[in-house]
Write a protein that binds this ligand. Structure first.
Ligand SMILES: *[C@@H]1O[C@H](CO)[C@@H](O)[C@H](O)[C@H]1NC(C)=O
Length: 408
């Protein structure tokens, strides 16, 4: 009984904080949008990667959200952000000389205990369909390349929370949008912050009842789940305000207190390397190829069928993933309820985590990906993107490798 109460306390605190934060953000947004100047962007020739400036505080973040209205088309600009990242362990590079040099977003955490966030989305416009991004930050590396035939709809995000420079919590995410960039832009900006806020709130509640360690673990997973659902609600509310639809898959990792929590919706996948390079998928793709997903949809009155020559199962004959953010028209079946998996990192058997969009996994196996990373972590993300492309991937490919040994 007591445990139940403590658990509820955690969940309630998480939700309350999340809601407070959302209200505050909405109020700020509304206040600023009434007199907002047009977005200030640096014009840039074709080929572009857009970057959202890393922001050291929530207040600045709200201002930047206002500068990057969601309704805009794929941004054709580079927002210089290196200045704010000065002195940090950051690095930018392109790995293919024939292409435009990669631009990047560096997530930067400040040292004062605020939630600090950076997020990024690479966008290739119609004039330059291919674009590379490589990002290296604290304990992670990302490579991303747009498919040759369409605008980039992948994104990634990293959010870290520090207390006096002591890392408390880190969030990593890879996102794969469909039906335009609106949904993936939104989710890559908001999900990390929502997750971090909810997880911190759950932890605060737990400190008040330290014996409830068992429940706190559940509370972190519950907080992540609630943050996913809250982010989906926010996105759907945006859609109602006239922003075009579409949706986004996501795979995210939270590291907190020596524990790893992997969550996902859709077909982005997270694969763990453990015990000297053995691959273990921590996510199970949410597609209608999975019996359980097909049954869930049919139980709720939806239908699933195989369409076209590809034989891909589709929800209501249209969408190939069975869970996602957005996709308002299919929301009754295509839910944003994530699957959450927890892994204890203590003991040092876990080396790294590979999180990637289906552009990689369609062409490269789990163990194969882990083997490539094990050989050389510095070049692995680019190698994997190249490998998927060489094998004929026409999709966007985004690969993130997260070093787990540093958290032990
Ligand atoms: C990884 O590749 C880079 C670039 O080719 C090279 O400089 C580095 O020495 C390699 N590292 C290992 C551990 O092989």
């Amino acid at each position: 009984m007591l445990h139940t109460v403590r658990f509820l306390c955690s969940v309630v605190a998480a939700v309350a904080r999340l809601i407070r934060e959302l209200r505050r953000r909405t109020a700020l947004l509304m206040a600023s949008s009434t007199c907002s100047p047009s977005p200030v962007v640096t014009p840039c020739p074709a080929g572009l990667i857009s970057a959202f400036t890393p922001l050291p505080s929530r207040r600045k973040k709200a201002a930047a959200v206002q500068k990057q209205p969601l309704a805009v088309a794929p941004p054709a600009a580079v927002l210089p952000n290196g200045e704010q990242a000065e002195g940090r362990r950051t690095k930018k590079e392109a790995w293919a000389a024939r292409r435009r040099p990669a631009r990047l977003v560096i997530p930067v955490a400040d040292d004062v205990g605020e939630v600090a966030a950076g997020w990024g989305a690479a966008a290739a416009n119609a004039a330059a369909k291919e674009a590379d991004v490589v990002v290296e930050g604290e304990g992670f590396r990302v490579a991303s390349r747009a498919g040759p035939r369409h605008a980039m709809e992948d994104a990634y995000a990293v959010v870290t929370h520090k207390n006096d420079g002591d890392p408390q919590l880190a969030f990593y995410g890879v996102f794969d949008g469909h039906g335009g960039r609106a949904a993936v832009d939104f989710v890559s900006r908001r999900l990390g912050e929502n997750v971090v806020s909810a997880v911190l709130a759950a932890a605060t509640c737990e400190e008040a009842s330290p014996t409830a360690a068992e429940e706190e673990e559940d509370a972190v997973s519950a907080a992540i789940r609630l943050a996913y659902l809250a982010t989906d609600s926010e996105l759907l509310a945006q859609h109602q305000q006239g922003v075009t639809g579409g949706g986004s898959c996501a795979a995210t990792a939270v590291v907190k207190g020596g524990e790893l929590y992997v969550a996902h919706v859709g077909d982005c996948r997270a694969v763990l390397s453990h015990n000297g390079g053995a691959a273990a998928a921590l996510t199970a793709d949410h597609t209608c190829a999975a019996d359980s997903e097909r049954q869930r949809i049919e139980r709720d009155g939806g239908y699933v069928c195989r369409s076209g020559g590809s034989g891909v199962w589709r929800v209501q004959g249209s969408l190939a993933v069975s869970r996602s953010f957005g996709d308002a028209g299919l929301k009754r079946w295509v839910v944003a309820e994530p699957a959450v998996t927890k892994v204890v990192l203590a003991g040092g058997e876990c080396e790294f985590l590979v999180v990637a969009s289906d552009g990689l996994w369609d062409k490269v196996g789990n163990q194969e990906a882990v083997d490539v990373v094990s050989r050389n972590r510095t070049t692995a993300c680019e190698e994997l993107v190249d490998l998927a492309r060489r094998r004929g991937s026409r999709d966007d490919v985004t690969v993130m490798v997260i070093d787990l040994e540093r958290f032990v």
